[in-house]
Design a protein around this ligand. Structure first.
Ligand code: AMP
Length: 302
């Protein structure tokens, strides 16, 4: 089953203790699409400027990513720059330039409108809602990611969009900010009142936690000796998670738990190198080998 995503397709500037790049391809929807395409065909909705060349578009070629919904407009592409702390756990945003996204009015190609799995990657909440409303039948799963930039700047819009969403997938500080609650389980209860019935909290090197009415389920992050750049790890997690669900076509508890593992697997590959470098060379066999490694990592008897 194909998977629809809307979100930023961007140029990023990244600074980590392991190096610095002034301008590389990034964007939430880019990381998501590349990660998810290992599992299921992806339909991408977004916009780039005329600075996004045919060479840049190559990131989507040779993968199961349909870019009919990727509009090209005069002007500059979304640009984001961030800097990581020594231990890579904290990130400061240095620049966010919406550019062509400021006036983007997405129009879904006909074949995208029947999508059963929809991911509203990080971008303006009104754009996310606009895309969701163009999907003709209620999807099996609509999931959403957002960040402090939108929680602070477009809160009312975000609350409106959340009403139509099944799964909210955000990090721990965003969870606390959105819910005004420090404890993550209590935060989940507040978030359930906003619309989503499942909350997935991405916790960087501490893994990820899924909370729904049945309780909580946790996966670790894959222990890496040399993480280089966490940019896009959350989007890659979402790509592995949603891609896996679209590949099995259901949202049973067992599938959701396996999807959490594939999410963590994809996030772990992304942080191994800068930007999209590791995902570019990744092979399906490596994904499955790491998933098996996760099973070993968490196996125990009582
Ligand atoms: P992550 O590290 O998973 O939070 O995602 C990083 C990606 O999100 C980068 O490639 C950025 O281009 C993109 N990004 C950063 N800020 C925003 C924003 N306000 N809206 C949409 N995308 C963003």
């Amino acid at each position: 089953m194909s998977l629809l995503v809307v979100g930023s397709v961007a140029f990023d500037g990244i600074e980590s203790p392991y190096g610095k790049v002034e301008r590389t391809i990034g964007g939430a929807a880019t990381y998501f699409s590349v990660a998810a395409s290992f599992f299921a065909p992806v339909h991408l909705v977004g916009i780039v400027g005329d600075d996004f060349t045919d060479v840049d578009t190559k990131i989507f070629h040779g993968r199961k990513i349909d870019i009919e919904g990727l509009e090209r407009a005069p002007g500059k592409s979304f640009f984001w720059a961030g800097k990581y702390s020594e231990n890579l756990n904290d990130r400061t945003t240095l620049t966010t330039e919406l550019n062509v996204f400021a006036d983007f009015k997405p129009k879904l190609p006909e074949k995208y409108r029947k999508s059963k799995f929809v991911f509203l990657a990080n971008i303006a909440p009104d754009l996310q809602r606009d895309v969701l409303q163009q999907v003709t039948k209620r999807p099996k799963i609509a999931a959403l990611d957002t960040m402090n930039y939108w929680i602070e700047g477009s809160n009312a819009d975000l609350l409106k969009t959340l009403k139509g969403v099944d799964i909210l997938m955000i990090n721990d500080s965003e969870t606390r900010q959105l819910s005004n609650e420090h404890n993550l389980l209590r935060a989940a209860k507040r978030i359930f009142k906003l619309g989503p019935s499942t909350l997935i909290i991405k916790r960087g090197e501490y893994g990820a936690m899924m909370v729904d009415k049945r309780g909580a389920f946790c996966v670790p992050a894959f222990p890496l000796e040399e993480p280089h750049d966490p940019t896009g790890a959350g989007d890659s997690f979402a790509g592995g998670f949603m891609g896996y669900l679209a590949s099995v076509g259901n949202k049973s508890d067992i599938s959701l738990r396996r999807a959490m593992v594939y999410g963590s697997v994809m996030g772990s590959f992304t942080v191994e190198k800068f930007g999209l470098d590791r995902l570019k060379t990744l092979k399906t066999s490596e994904i499955h080998a790491r998933a098996r490694h996760f099973a070993k990592l968490t196996q125990f008897t009582l």
